[in-house]
Design a protein around this ligand. Sequence first.
Ligand SMILES: [Mn+2]
Length: 320
Amino acid sequence: MSRRVTVADAAALLQEADDILLLLHQYPDGDTIGSGYALALALQALGKRVRPACSDPIPPKYTYLTEGVEFPQFTPQFICAVDVADVKLLGSLAEVGKTAQLCIDHHATNVEYATHLLLDAACGAAAMVVRRVIAALGVPLTPRMAACLYTGLATDTGCFKYPNTTPEAHRLAAELIEYGAPYAAINEAMFDRKSRARMEIERLELSSMQYHFGGRCAVMVITNAMIAEAGATEDDMEGLAPLPRQVEGVWVGVTLRQKADGGFKVSIRTGALADASAVAGYLGGGGHRGAAGCAVNRPLDEAIARVLDAIAHTVDGIDN
Ligand SMILES: [Mn+2]
């Protein structure tokens, strides 16, 4: 169990510390990178030795946040995780994470591994919590810090589209724009820019689309052969699961993605009329009401048949 602390407490802990290691979660996203780098730059402005650390490389699309920024090497005396709900999400840095003195987070599911925890689950992004800490440290925002925080805020709220987008999120966005965050360029880079391989995997995936239950269910397939044909990397594959659900009239969107062993990882997305976790649960998986998943280790046709069977058994009224 962690000791819950206030923003002022967290700022005091950081103010007293030096040689600070900031841990980002594996497969780093805009929020962990943006929050971690903003806090690192603020601590550096206070004359502290600090550096962010991640088990995976920072994807090239975030270069505008990291370029020209230098952090020194040192033996850490204070460890703080940012946007990391569980040490398991630290990948190869999990052991380091177990010794964290502080965690700054916004996930209600935080497993309380750090000695001190600053958590506000009402925040749509860790960047919102980190903004408060930087204010309590008395560090004025630079345009780079504003760009970092804006990136975290925009990515975790789906460009201010998800239900976690609060009035405070919009107020913070306004403040960050005042501090020089290049919001139009950030949103274009995060939401409108795709690699050719990504476009290609979407084209192949779309051509696999099939409808069932009178159009209430859409199924898409991504095979290893399609991934190879598109030349897609793991980075290019991020966020494909919501596509089938975007079709008008679809209650249940299903994406089957082939795994290295030939079986399928099934992602299920639903609207108000169906419970994705019930469908996934029928097949031994789990998740949330709107988004859930499971594995089906069968040949493709059989895997699709099993998923349709699960939908027929768990979604009321879909086969009428
Ligand atoms: Mn986050």
